[in-house]
Structures are given as structure tokens and as C-alpha cells.
Design a binder for this molecule. Structure first.
Ligand SMILES: *[C@@H]1O[C@H](CO)[C@@H](O)[C@H](O)[C@H]1NC(C)=O
Ligand SMILES: *[C@@H]1O[C@H](CO)[C@@H](O)[C@H](O)[C@H]1NC(C)=O
Ligand SMILES: *[C@@H]1O[C@H](CO)[C@@H](O)[C@H](O)[C@H]1NC(C)=O
Ligand SMILES: *[C@@H]1O[C@H](CO)[C@@H](O)[C@H](O)[C@H]1NC(C)=O
Ligand SMILES: *[C@@H]1O[C@H](CO)[C@@H](O)[C@H](O)[C@H]1NC(C)=O
Ligand SMILES: *[C@@H]1O[C@H](CO)[C@@H](O)[C@H](O)[C@H]1NC(C)=O
Ligand SMILES: *[C@@H]1O[C@H](CO)[C@@H](O)[C@H](O)[C@H]1NC(C)=O
Ligand SMILES: *[C@@H]1O[C@H](CO)[C@@H](O)[C@H](O)[C@H]1NC(C)=O
Ligand SMILES: *[C@@H]1O[C@H](CO)[C@@H](O)[C@H](O)[C@H]1NC(C)=O
Ligand SMILES: *[C@@H]1O[C@H](CO)[C@@H](O)[C@H](O)[C@H]1NC(C)=O
Ligand SMILES: *[C@@H]1O[C@H](CO)[C@@H](O)[C@H](O)[C@H]1NC(C)=O
Length: 821
């Protein structure tokens, strides 16, 4: 590993050691440490197949040495196990790892034992340690039965190798967890750990050994309840072992030709990585919790986590990192400290306090997710809430909503800065020394701005009031009734609004869409007349009101519905720019969507879909992602339409979906195999669509125009072989595209259409990649294309009869999450 640095000295030392110890010492290469052998300096042992290596190593820029195990063939830092995590040595040449009294023991420079397997006490010379090809270091005494005395698989460090165990000792009631490093250079056990919950065979992530912030949910024999993507598949299988006084969980990789392992990262996320060769490196293919800011107390006290910025952690205004050096090493857990002391609780006369005797003030922070452990205080209004906090010197923040005053005592942890359009965001007022806040002059400016904002709000309020009054008139006529957040229209009202369904905007398998104008306020609407909905009125209303609660800037907003006899209609906001398909696949060359706009549409669509998958209360799989279902508003912002229809149509949905022309090319392979559909089916469709953003043509069209290769396949090959990506670009753009963005889009697209859904990224990851927050590795060539290449006619990968049979037999009509098993 660090042999590259001072090569001559090391080589010399190694050579000398080997010569010196040639008769009774090991040289580099052997896999065993026997009773009369020892390991020191640059010596290592290597597993028989040359997979793993073990020896002294110092991580990163650290000056400390540890006994580490790593993948021998991988050139970068890839430590998977450490013996003496808490007790490093500084000179590896005078430290030694050897068998002593039947244990494997590490002696430091003064020949004091600082780490030991600590299992047996025997002077037997038959005890020896072997490094195996699976990454297990075992201590064996062949004269004993059982011969296995100790193994590293029972004592993992931060990495969970296939075969190593998350254990639980039922006698001591203690967990054997996998624990993150303290920071990027210090392997001392950090705050985050993964441990087994033997009561329901789940595993969970714990902060500071006490606070559980993520769990897989119970294992049902096939999948973990809360992470349906963690299931037995053609890559992994899991094994739960329950013995009399012990439980453990391990997993195995069926195909061990690529290196894969799971680790508890210093980010507080559990990550699964696999090695894709020296050109590509380690590839992250799964991480939980998905969002960095979901990690408990990641930014420490008074640190605020922002998912959309790098670094994720920042101190609140008026605070600085407690330890900048820890922050530089990606350990934010120490949090932040005040720049200036508070006035409250400090003597006015004290020298050095910077508060000038002025009373503390409160800094308003908007769009925050409120920190944990709020206390409620009685307060009639916001002023009283503020003074309650101000008068209690231990109170650090307050928040007030129309009914409740919440105050926080002591450190604020788990602060999250949300985006402005996140409706769960609240205002939080944080106590600061008066000197931290703006001077009086600025306060006046703020006052003016606030006044203007207030005035504007009143005005908007009045307008809304007028509109409501107008609407109520119509309510009086019994034509449109507000039900929750939706309006229930009667059929004749919509018939009038659409001039008897005369202006058709589009059609599809589920019904046609017509333009309309609501007489009440002349708003333009799009009315979708659903065909063949077999649901009863009550169920329909329930489903529709669920859809009505799903609101996001990138989702088409449902305004209302009509449910009369067998008639079922949905009323949406009208989108002046129509569907993305109409712009992207435009036949004439005028008004071609430029690359910037395409990229923004791709990103907006990903955000909308991410919201549907992970952010709303009843999460929804869209099932029908295609450019025809992406609507564009006046500024070309995308709005995803038709979500929630799967539930409205029930069984018929699959039938319609799989038979409508122009839809099949977007369907994930699991639709054919009859497996349950997950959100990853949407990811697949999204990926297929991304290729169309690049080429400006439908993927299926290329064939019809006589090209031999399927466009996504061709693009994947260009990307993987490092070819000229610009050559893939829609010729109408004449090469005008940001190449980085183009590469990003192509790589994401290629990951999305991987055959195995566990290889596809989540929409959350995709959003982060497109935002440029995380990088995307080179994808492998999607398998499905290898099939296509053999048989291009197979592009529609099933026949109609077989598909509908299969779908019906399994009855999986694109269910809502969590999946029914
Ligand atoms: C080291 O120990 C092994 C096993 O006990 C033995 O076979 C070997 O001869 C010993 N080597 C030396 C040099 O003593
Ligand atoms: C090690 O130190 C060098 C120079 O101080 C710095 O450039 C480099 O980023 C450091 N590496 C790590 C892994 O911290
Ligand atoms: C070796 O370890 C012992 C016990 O931890 C410690 O007291 C001693 O200082 C260490 N020696 C060196 C050279 O670090
Ligand atoms: C071995 O275990 C004993 C008791 O469990 C403990 O006191 C001792 O410190 C351990 N020794 C080492 C070197 O870890
Ligand atoms: C973790 O918990 C221990 C007590 O179990 C406590 O002393 C320590 O301060 C905690 N660490 C942090 C960072 O809060
Ligand atoms: C663990 O111990 C408890 C109580 O001692 C017992 O009820 C339970 O069955 C044990 N579980 C296993 C797996 O041994
Ligand atoms: C389990 O633990 C109990 C109590 O500590 C002990 O009596 C029993 O022998 C243990 N069983 C096994 C199989 O180790
Ligand atoms: C549980 O822990 C105790 C104390 O460390 C140990 O003696 C016992 O062997 C462990 N039991 C199992 C089954 O590992
Ligand atoms: C893969 O598994 C086979 C059979 O279990 C084994 O022989 C081989 O050494 C393993 N290869 C790696 C790289 O672990
Ligand atoms: C304030 O000053 C008094 C008297 O000088 C002292 O007894 C008290 O401890 C001080 N309090 C604080 C919080 O510094
Ligand atoms: C106000 O806050 C309390 C406590 O956080 C919450 O239970 C309540 O629902 C909130 N009320 C409104 C109107 O948001």
C-alpha cells in the first residue's frame, strides 16, 4: 500500500528481515503465522489465493500504525479489518504480531501486549493464525476440537464482509456491532454502528450506541420489511443463525468474482460497495439512510445539515466549529460553539464577555426541520413565547405556530435546512448574543421589507377571498363543491367548461384530455375523462383525495374531480406548453428544446418522482413514466402527470399499460417476469426516457429508421468505452451541450436500465447526481441489450398475450408501497 512512498528503504528492510529470519520467520507471501513466527515492519501475510493481505498500515495522513487487512489487488485505501483500532503503534519495526500463550498478540515498541485475541491460554505450539481468501483471519489449534479458537468474522471492525457476522450474545445481552471510524484517518470506534436486533431478525443503525435512527424492519424470510430492495436476489443471500446463547446475521455473495462488502461509513450511512476494476474504482450501489441529513445528529450541536449543499454541515450564524480539524477530517459530530457568550447567565461585570450588557436576541431561521426534544410552553402569542424563552437562561430556541409554543433547552441537534418549497419546513428562532445580530439601521430596512411583505400578503389574501366568494356562488348553484383540498365538480359543469369536450389536448390508454375554462374565475384547466374505471364511487373518492394531497412543484396539481354514475373525470391545472413529447420529438426543426432546458426538465422530473417515491405519506409508484406524461408550464418547468392512476384502475392498469403502443419501450423487465413491481420500475422508465433527452428521438424510432443498434445500447457502449459522447447528441443541437452534463445524463441513464433492479439507483440518488452533489461511476453494460443485440426484433420483449396472462395471474397491478407480499 504505502510501499510506493519510500520504496528503497522498505525494500531493503524487507529484504534484510527476510534474510535474517529466513530459517524461522515468515517472508511476504505466506498466509500463516505459526507459533515460532512473527510479523513486523513491512512484512505481511497474504491469503492463499492472493485476495487479502494483512500487516502494519497507517491510514491516510495519520502517523499511527495499525494491524490492518486489505484487498491485496486493489491499489487504493481499502481496509476491511483492523485489530488494534484503539491502540496504535508509532514504530512498526519494533512492534510485533505473534502467537503468545495460544493467542495472537500485538506487542508495542516496549514489547507490552496492546491487543490480543484473548481466548485461550496454552503453551501448545500447534496454535497458528491463518488469513483465508474470504477475509477471515482465524486462530486454530488442530489438536483441539473444535479447532477454531477465534476468528475475525466474529470480531468485525467497520466493514461487514460477506460471511462476517453481526452478533448478539444472549448471555451478556451485548451486541457485536460494526462501528464506523472516528474520522477519515482515525479508526478508533466512532459514533455510528450497525447492530443486529435478534428479536425480529432486523438490523439497525445506532448513534452513540443508544439512539436508533434507521432500521431494516423485520426479515420475513425473503425481504426486510422496510427496505424491499434488500432481498435475496441473484447477488446476495442472508443467513440468520440462532444458537442457544447466541444469534448472528451474515450474508453471502453468490458470485464472488467481484469484490463486494458493506461498511459503516463515517458519514453515518451503511454503504454497499463493489469493485469495478482499477479504471473505475469502488462503486457505491446502495446506501442507507439515503440522505446524509437523515443521519442522526450528523452535524452535531448547533450544526445545520443541508442536503443540497456541500459540505452538508454548516454552523448556524453566530457559531463556529468546535474543532475545525475534526471537521476537516469529515467528523462533524463535535458540532459548533458560540462565537460570543450570551448575556443571560453571565455576570454583566465579567471581563471578556462580548455582550455589552445588551439582552440576548433571536435569529429567525426559516424552512427548518425543527430539532428534537422540544418542550412545550404555555404562551398566548408569539411575543409571550419569545419572552418565556428569553427569561430562561438555558433556553436556546423557540418556535411558535398558531397553537403551540415550543422551546428548546440546551444543545440543538438534528437541525436541518430544508428547501423553500418543502412544506414541512418551519421557522425557528435561535438565541444569540445581541452583538451577533444586525444593527438598528438594518433592522429598519428589515422592518420595511417585512412591512412590504405583510402588505403583499394581505393583498393576496384579499384576492383569494374574492376568488373564494366567487367559487362559493357556484357552490350555491350546486355545481362545484370544495371537498378537502379538492373540488367535486358535477358532470354538466365540466361539460360546459370544456365546451362539450370539444378541444382535445391528448389521449392515451386511460382516457382523453380536454382543455376547459372554469367559469368561476376563468382558470384554464385540463380535464381527463377516464375510461373503464371499474371502481365504486366511495373507493374512487378515497383514492382521488389521496392523490389530491400529493403536491410538489414538479407534480401536476389535481384541482378536482367528477364522479357521477359511471363517469369519472379528473381536473388538473392547464399547462400552456403541453407535453414534453410534443417538444422533444418535434418533427420540424424550429424551437428545438436546448440542452439546458432538457437538463432542467430531467432534473425537475427526477425531483417530482423522488417526492412520489419517498417523500409523501402514501408513497406511489408512477408506473407510466414517459415524455408524454411530463407536462411543461409556461416557463418549461416539468410537471409529472398521471400519478396515482395505477390505484384508480386496479387490475386493468397493467393490461392497459402493457398493450398501449408507445408505452412498452419504457417498461422494466420485471413487468414481464411477473415479479412484484417496486419504485425501481419507475427508475428504469426514467432511464429509457433520459436516452431520449439526449437523442431527441424515441428509442424505438431508431430501429424503424433502419439503424442496426438500439440507441441506449449504442450510447452505453460509447460511454463505457470512453468514446465521443457528443456524437450521441441530437444533431439538431449542433453539439451545443455541456459535456459534463451529457456524460452525467448518459451514465445515469445506463445505471437506471440495469437488468437487476438492485443495481439501479434510487430517484434520491439520481437527483443528487444531476444536481452535481455526488458523482456517478461508469456503469456496466446493461445485460438486457446483450439480448437485444442477438435479436433486435425482441425490442418489445414480450408478446401481448403472454404479458397479460402473466400480469393477471400474479395480479400485481403496480401496487403502492409497501409491497404486498
Ligand atoms: C516452526 O513450527 C512448526 C510447527 O510447530 C514446525 O514444523 C517448524 O519446524 C518450526 N520451525 C522452526 C524453524 O523451528
Ligand atoms: C495528506 O496531506 C496532504 C498534504 O498535507 C494533503 O494534500 C492530502 O489531502 C492529505 N490526504 C488526506 C487523505 O488527508
Ligand atoms: C506500550 O504500551 C504500554 C501500555 O499501553 C504503554 O505504557 C507504553 O508507553 C507503550 N510503549 C510505547 C513505546 O508506546
Ligand atoms: C484479555 O481479557 C481480559 C479479561 O477479559 C482483560 O482484562 C485483558 O485486558 C484482555 N487483554 C488484552 C490484551 O486485550
Ligand atoms: C455518547 O454517550 C455517552 C454516554 O453513553 C456520553 O458520555 C457522550 O457524551 C455521548 N457522545 C456524544 C457525542 O454525545
Ligand atoms: C435468550 O435469553 C432469554 C432469557 O434468558 C431467553 O428467553 C431466549 O430464549 C434466549 N434466546 C436465545 C436465542 O437463546
Ligand atoms: C447458555 O447460558 C446458560 C447460562 O449462562 C448456560 O447455563 C448454558 O450452558 C449455556 N448454553 C450453551 C449451549 O452455551
Ligand atoms: C457471551 O459472552 C460471555 C462473556 O464475554 C462469554 O463468556 C460467552 O462465551 C459468550 N457466549 C457466546 C455464545 O459467545
Ligand atoms: C469464490 O468462491 C469459490 C467457491 O466457494 C472459492 O473457491 C473462491 O476462492 C472464491 N473466490 C474469491 C475471490 O473469494
Ligand atoms: C456572578 O458574580 C457573582 C459574584 O461576583 C458570583 O458569585 C457568581 O458565581 C457569578 N455568576 C456567574 C454565572 O458567573
Ligand atoms: C403546532 O405544533 C405542535 C407541536 O409541534 C403540533 O402538534 C401542532 O400540530 C402544530 N399546529 C399547527 C396548526 O401546525
Amino acid at each position: 500500500m504505502d510501499l510506493n512512498n519510500n520504496v528503497p528503504r522498505y525494500m531493503l528492510a524487507a529484504l534484510l528481515l527476510c534474510l535474517f529470519h529466513i530459517t524461522h520467520m515468515i517472508c511476504l507471501g505466506a498466509d500463516t503465522i505459526s507459533a515460532n513466527q512473527s510479523l513486523s515492519g513491512v512484512q505481511t501475510i497474504v491469503s492463499a489465493g492472493g485476495i487479502f493481505e494483512l500487516g502494519f498500515h497507517k491510514p491516510g495522513n495519520s502517523s499511527n500504525y495499525y494491524i490492518c487487512m486489505w484487498y491485496k489487488q486493489i491499489p487504493f485505501d481499502n481496509i476491511v479489518w483492523i485489530a488494534n483500532r484503539e491502540k496504535p503503534v508509532s514504530d512498526r519495526f519494533s512492534s510485533v504480531l505473534r502467537i503468545s500463550n495460544g493467542n495472537l498478540v500485538l506487542f508495542n515498541e516496549s514489547q507490552i501486549p496492546i491487543w490480543s485475541t484473548n481466548v485461550s491460554s496454552t503453551t501448545s505450539t500447534s496454535v497458528h493464525a491463518v488469513l483465508q481468501d474470504d477475509g477471515n483471519l482465524v486462530l486454530i489449534d488442530e489438536l483441539k476440537s473444535p479447532s477454531l479458537l477465534w476468528q475475525s468474522f466474529d470480531n468485525p471492525a467497520h466493514a461487514w464482509l460477506p460471511g462476517s457476522k453481526l452478533g448478539y450474545n444472549n448471555t451478556t445481552r451485548r451486541n457485536q456491532p460494526i462501528i464506523s471510524w472516528k474520522n477519515s484517518e482515525d479508526p478508533t470506534p466512532g459514533l455510528f454502528s450497525v447492530e443486529l436486533d435478534q428479536s425480529d431478525n432486523s438490523f439497525r443503525i445506532v448513534w452513540n450506541r443508544s439512539k436508533i435512527y434507521w432500521t431494516t424492519g423485520a426479515w420475513n424470510g425473503k425481504v426486510f420489511e422496510k427496505v424491499p430492495e434488500m432481498k435475496e436476489n441473484n447477488i446476495f443471500y442472508y443467513s440468520f443463525i440462532t444458537e442457544a446463547n447466541k444469534s448472528s446475521l451474515t450474508y453471502f455473495v453468490k458470485d464472488n468474482s467481484t469484490f463486494r462488502y458493506t461498511l459503516m461509513d463515517i458519514s453515518g450511512q451503511v454503504k454497499q460497495v463493489n469493485w469495478l476494476g482499477t479504471n473505475i474504482g469502488w462503486s457505491l450501489f446502495w446506501a442507507q439512510p439515503r440522505q446524509q441529513c437523515e443521519v442522526y445528529a450528523f452535524c452535531g450541536a448547533f450544526g445545520s445539515c443541508n442536503q443540497k449543499s456541500l459540505p452538508f454541515c454548516n454552523c448556524l450564524k453566530g457559531f463556529v466549529p468546535k474543532s475545525q480539524s475534526d471537521w476537516n477530517l469529515e467528523d462533524y459530530s463535535g458540532g459548533c460553539k458560540r462565537k460570543n457568550k450570551l448575556q443571560c447567565g453571565n455576570n454583566m461585570s465579567t471581563n471578556g464577555a462580548n455582550h455589552n450588557g445588551e439582552r440576548d436576541k433571536f435569529l429567525p431561521l426559516s424552512s427548518m426541520s425543527l430539532p428534537e426534544s422540544a418542550q412545550s410552553a404555555t404562551a398566548a402569542d408569539v411575543e409571550e413565547c419569545e419572552s418565556t424563552c428569553l427569561n430562561d437562561c438555558s433556553c436556546t430556541a423557540y418556535a411558535y405556530n398558531s397553537s403551540t409554543c415550543s422551546i428548546w433547552i440546551g444543545d440543538l441537534i438534528n437541525l436541518k435546512q430544508l428547501s423553500v418549497d418543502d412544506r414541512t419546513g418551519k421557522s425557528l428562532y435561535v438565541r444569540l448574543a445581541a452583538s451577533e445580530l444586525q444593527s438598528k439601521k438594518n433592522n429598519i430596512v428589515i422592518g420595511i421589507v417585512l412591512g412590504a411583505v405583510a402588505g403583499f400578503t394581505v393583498l393576496v389574501g384579499l384576492i383569494v377571498l374574492v376568488i373564494l366568494i366567487q367559487r362559493n356562488k357556484i357552490v350555491g348553484l350546486g355545481k362545484a363543491v370544495v371537498e378537502g383540498s379538492l373540488v367535486a365538480f358535477d358532470y354538466r359543469y365540466l361539460q360546459n367548461a370544456t365546451k362539450n369536450f370539444s378541444e382535445k389536448l391528448g389521449g392515451g390508454g386511460f382516457g382523453s384530455v380536454f382543455k376547459g375554462t372554469l367559469p368561476a374565475d376563468s382558470t384554464l384547466v385540463a380535464v381527463k375523462r377516464l375510461e373503464s374505471v371499474s371502481q365504486g364511487e366511495k373507493q374512487f373518492r378515497t383514492e382521488v383525495s389521496t392523490i389530491g394531497t400529493i403536491q410538489h412543484v414538479n407534480l401536476a396539481m389535481l384541482r378536482g374531480f367528477c364522479c357521477e354514475g359511471t363517469k369519472r373525470l379528473l381536473v388538473y391545472d392547464y399547462m400552456p406548453n403541453g407535453s414534453l413529447a410534443s417538444h422533444l420529438f418535434r418533427i420540424n426543426n424550429s424551437n428545438v428544446l436546448d440542452w439546458k432546458t432538457r437538463y432542467q426538465i430531467a432534473l425537475g422530473t427526477a425531483r417530482g418522482l423522488f417526492y412520489l417515491h419517498e417523500k409523501c405519506r402514501d408513497c406511489i409508484i408512477h408506473c407510466d413514466i414517459k415524455p408524454d406524461n411530463i407536462l411543461l408550464d409556461a416557463e418549461f418547468h416539468p410537471k409529472l402527470a398521471d400519478f396515482g392512476l395505477a390505484k384508480l384502475f386496479g387490475r386493468d392498469f397493467s393490461r392497459v399499460l402493457t398493450t398501449v403502443r408507445g408505452t412498452r419501450g419504457y417498461l422494466a423487465p420485471e413487468w414481464i417476469s411477473g415479479e412484484a413491481i417496486t419504485t425501481k420500475a419507475d427508475v428504469y422508465s426514467y432511464g429509457m426516457m433520459l436516452f431520449e433527452f439526449v437523442s431527441g428521438r424515441r428509442n424505438s424510432e431508431h430501429f424503424e429508421e433502419g439503424e442496426v443498434d438500439f440507441f441506449p445500447n449504442m450510447a452505453a457502449k460509447v460511454i463505457i468505452e470512453g468514446g465521443d459522447v457528443v456524437s450521441l447528441l441530437d444533431p439538431r443541437l449542433e453539439g451545443n451541450a455541456d459535456e459534463d452534463e451529457l456524460i452525467r445524463v448518459c451514465r445515469v441513464a445506463c445505471w437506471c436500465i440495469q437488468d437487476d433492479e438492485t443495481h439501479r439507483p434510487s430517484m434520491g440518488h439520481i437527483v443528487q447526481i444531476l444536481e452535481g452533489i455526488i458523482n456517478v461511476n461508469l456503469p456496466p453494460l446493461p445485460k438486457i441489450f446483450q439480448v437485444f443485440m442477438d435479436n433486435p426484433d425482441d425490442i418489445i420483449f414480450f408478446t401481448e398475450s403472454s404479458s397479460s396472462q402473466k400480469v393477471h395471474r400474479h395480479g400485481t397491478a403496480c401496487p403502492l408501497l409497501p409491497l404486498e407480499s
